[in-house]
Design a protein around this ligand. Sequence first.
Ligand SMILES: Nc1ncnc2c1ncn2[C@@H]1O[C@H](COP(=O)(O)OP(=O)(O)OP(=O)(O)O)[C@@H](O)[C@H]1O
Ligand SMILES: [Mg+2]
Length: 300
Amino acid sequence: MYVEPSWNSLVERLKSKDAKRIYVVGVPDSGKSTLARFLSETFAVLKPTAFIDSDPGQSTLSLPTTISAGFYSTGSKEPQVILSRFIGDTSPQHKQAVILLALHRLTDKMQEKGADCMIFDSSGYVSGQDALEYQLSVIEMLQVDVVILLQRNDELQRLGALLEKFGTITIEEIPVSQAVRPLSMPMRKEKRESKYRAYFENQEIRVLDVQNLALCGSLPERFTVQSMRGRLLAFCDRERFVIAMGIARSFYESDKICICQAPDFDLNQTAFLHFGDIFINTDFKEEHISKRQLQKESRN
Ligand SMILES: Nc1ncnc2c1ncn2[C@@H]1O[C@H](COP(=O)(O)OP(=O)(O)OP(=O)(O)O)[C@@H](O)[C@H]1O
Ligand SMILES: [Mg+2]
């Protein structure tokens, strides 16, 4: 990681104002995750720090389709605890309420653990009015005290102008590093697929009795082979934090049997079975199948 001179002066300003909640925002490929990691590691030297990754696409702490928080106790180089919430999609666009709730729950948990400083990484979903409203809602809900706008030119000017009106948020404009290496859409997809592969490749196909679990998320209208095979699932505890992820093979609704590829986990600790919107095939390739297409297939 190349540490830009502007980052060091940024750290000094953040320290002197004792910033507690710092949100990093920028277009895709602006170096958000790298700067957020640098800040987390820098602050973790001094005090208990949380790194909260709110990007369900290019997640850095856990699998794509989740958002996560990592807790660093003072002096630690790696997060000791990682908590994840399942979003079920790789884009925040259609999951805004789910993400807002997840961020709220994750920040509460990090606060409980004693995090004195929280650094939020964000997705590159910033263009257009819907995205602007989304960013505004997240930043307001989190009660952020510093927003770092990572910009090449003035692409975040509208967001900055909106945030200024709160009167309570310090806005830091930081130029995008020359060291950023952009990723094409196919490369992004491949990166996600390598994460699915690493997690699932050596996991067994399990036959799970899920009659004691509550089903939530994107349940299909009908449980057919087409609507279930490959569907990404999350097994979650009573607080809806992820215990394990699974790839469905089939689901027998009447018997409440779920056949899926998943790591070994404690089903007794599991309260929710959360259905995702993404499908992963046997080569760990990601498929986004629209509901309409599923309905058409199930009629055939
Ligand atoms: N300061 C830096 N020094 C070295 N490499 C960097 C630096 N900043 C970014 N990169 C590299 O550029 C690429 C993109 O950076 P990064 O993932 O931080 O951007 P991002 O804005 O978070 O992207 P995304 O929109 O996909 O979330 C990564 O491969 C990262 O390692
Ligand atoms: Mg990123």
